[in-house]
Design a protein around this ligand. Structure first.
Ligand code: AMP
Length: 288
């Protein structure tokens, strides 16, 4: 496995793979790799011949009062994981390499970037789209793999790729969960044992809402209240948002029909967790 720290070294690796006719897969991460990231690496290995994992804690997607400084960093361990998963190359640049002095260009996906996580984290998605487009241009992969865990991020990146004609295919892979339902996240390690036990409420709330929809509930407001009430049953949970929205526009839904997207962001102390679920609304039988 090769490790590139500079754009030039990374380009050399992918250029050489491309010359050998290999299909290149890209898995962008912020490191602190867990089974969620590994599922993306495995999907990339299945579909492509040369897998590049990028590890970069991108400062432009963190707000001034967010967890940039305490975000977990464990490059040596991450490199071991990548190596054992058969990754071909890791791109692990420093901040200077990605944002040299005089850096001025940002990418914005209007509207979608201001909803849900964008409402409580102003500038977050602008940082994400900027770094992801840079990584696309540096690696020049054929296919990039993202997790449904960050569903709004995946939606925004797909919109950016369409709008800017970026020559790359996007795959969105399912959420990997702990046995008790908690979605894997590098931020789970911030939780104390009590918060960790309460954090299962996110997935429980999504499941309850899904079941209610399956049993015939079609009122978006009532589903939203069900999500909120369930989350509030955890004494330390503070809701950032718990919404029922259209999976494409992220606009609130009142009458549920077709596909709906349930999305949650909940704080436990200083730790903000997100989770989501897409639900296909069953068509009601006539007279039913
Ligand atoms: P991060 O390192 O948190 O920026 O995540 C890097 C990529 O891994 C993103 O595309 C995430 O959506 C994806 N990812 C993170 N956690 C999970 C998970 N539990 N299941 C699936 N994908 C995940």
């Amino acid at each position: 496995m090769e490790v590139a720290k500079t754009v030039q070294a990374m380009r050399r690796l992918t250029n050489s793979a491309r010359r050998q006719g290999k299909k290149i897969g890209l898995v962008p991460t912020m490191g602190a790799l867990h089974a969620g990231h590994i599922s993306l690496i495995r999907a990339a290995r299945k579909e492509t011949d040369f897998v590049v994992v990028t590890i970069f804690v991108n400062p432009t997607q963190f707000g001034p009062n967010e967890d940039l400084d305490r975000y977990p960093r464990q490059l040596e361990k991450d490199l071991e994981i990548c190596d054992s998963e058969g990754v071909d190359a890791v791109f692990a640049p420093d901040n200077e390499e990605m944002y040299p002095k005089g850096y001025r260009t940002y990418v914005e996906v209007h509207e979608l970037q201001n909803l849900l996580c964008g409402a409580s984290r102003p500038g977050h998605f602008r940082g994400v789209t900027t770094v992801v487009l840079k990584l696309f241009n540096i690696v020049q992969a054929d296919v990039a793999f993202f997790g449904q865990k960050d569903g709004q991020q995946a939606l925004i990146i797909q919109q950016m790729v369409r709008d800017l004609n970026v020559p790359i295919e996007i795959r969105v892979c399912p959420i990997v969960r702990e046995p008790d339902g908690l979605a894997l996240s590098s931020r789970n390690q911030y939780l104390d044992p009590n918060q960790r036990a309460q954090a299962t409420v996110l997935h429980r709330a999504l499941e309850k809402a899904r079941q209610a929809i399956e049993h015939g509930e079609r009122d978006g407001g009532r589903i939203q209240r069900l999500l909120e009430e369930t989350i509030r049953s955890a004494p330390d949970a503070v809701i950032d948002y718990a919404v029922v929205v259209d999976p494409e526009t992220l606009q609130p839904l009142t009458a549920l029909d077709g596909k709906v997207y349930l999305a949650l962001a909940v704080r436990f102390g200083d730790t903000r967790l997100i989770d989501n679920m897409q639900v296909e609304v069953p068509t009601l039988r006539a007279g039913g």
